[in-house]
Design a protein around this ligand. Structure first.
Ligand code: ACO
Length: 277
């Protein structure tokens, strides 16, 4: 198994054949996330080896992720001359202008949006049709942690899971690509209720709402993910990619359009499998 620690981001990346595992690896801070985490996530997506078919996203320790690093709410850091290592005390590499919301707010509107887009890039690749992403979620999945789980195709949770969309309670909106999958899964009214109350959604409710595919005791989480991964890898790769593409497009299409998309994908499959045989 090849392993890489993406320096300072709080992430660990491992490869095992067709399986890639991304681990949030700051358990002492309950895997709080920073801009460095999201930049590193984006880089992992960009550089993902072609052989990868399943990406597992997991968190080290008792919590999947406590969300955004609360250090972001601190006043603007002093200039480097007075504080030569402004971010290192939090164990994160420095991404200029991202240490605090105060520093980010000092940027122009366009620049601020570009910064958020850069963070979102870390989440968006997890929906690529050529991979299946699985979030293995135990304990707290708060804010950015909930959104990272929502960015994945599938969620396997431990019985102790606590999803919470805390952003509105902190004066923010969920902006790490989580609102669309949340609404797609639970519908607008339930999404409003969950986000605007910032309440906890536990395992039983997550299963009922479709926010989790499976809930297991915490010590069985790893095995449940391995079993699911093995089942996913047993299916033909090209067929899996084409089917995921079809399913992802279905909500935006009419029945007739979806039928046409099925014809196009199947014709390509049949040609690929049987032409010249
Ligand atoms: N950012 C920075 N540090 C954090 C964070 C965080 N989001 N969450 C936990 N920590 C740190 C704590 O300060 C503590 O550090 P210390 O040991 O140096 O004092 C350590 O992680 C352990 O935290 P505890 O609170 O002791 O752990 P516990 O398991 O009791 O509670 C919980 C975990 C519920 C996650 C709690 O830490 C918490 O509520 N954290 C804040 C959650 C939050 O508001 N996140 C922002 C969401 S909004 C968004 O993501 C956009």
């Amino acid at each position: 198994m090849a392993e890489a620690v993406t320096g300072g981001s709080g992430l660990r990346f491992e490869m095992d054949g067709e399986i890639a595992t991304v681990t949030l690896n700051r358990p002492e801070k309950r895997n709080a996330q920073t801009f460095a985490t999201w930049s590193a996530l984006a880089r992992i997506g960009e550089d993902l080896p072609e052989q990868v078919r399943v990406v597992v996203v997991r968190g080290e320790g008792p919590s999947f992720s406590s969300g955004l690093d609360l250090g972001m709410f601190a006043p603007e850091p002093e200039p480097p001359a007075q504080h030569p290592e402004p971010a290192q005390h939090r164990g994160t590499e420095r991404v200029p202008g991202t240490d605090s919301f105060a520093a980010a707010a000092a940027r122009g509107d366009a620049e601020l949006r570009r910064l958020i887009a850069e963070a979102q890039r870390g989440f968006l690749w997890l929906r690529r049709p050529d991979i299946v992403s699985i979030a293995a979620v135990q304990g707290h999945a708060i804010g950015a942690g909930f959104q990272l789980a929502l960015a994945c195709d599938l969620r396997i949770v431990a019985d102790d899971v606590m999803f919470c969309m805390k952003e509105p309670a902190l004066g923010l909106v969920p902006d790490l690509t989580g609102t669309k999958p949340l609404v797609d899964i639970v519908g607008v009214p339930r999404a409003i209720e969950i986000c605007l109350t910032a309440r906890v959604v536990g395992a039983a409710e997550a299963l009922r709402l479709g926010l989790a595919e499976l809930a297991v005791p915490p010590d069985e989480l790893g095995r449940a993910v391995r079993d699911l991964t093995a089942a996913l890898l047993a299916v033909d790769r090209e067929a899996a990619t084409a089917t995921k593409r079809l399913l992802q497009g279905a909500p935006q299409r009419t029945l007739e359009e979806q039928a046409a998309a099925e014809r196009a994908e199947q014709a390509a499959r049949i040609r690929s499998l049987f032409a010249g045989s």
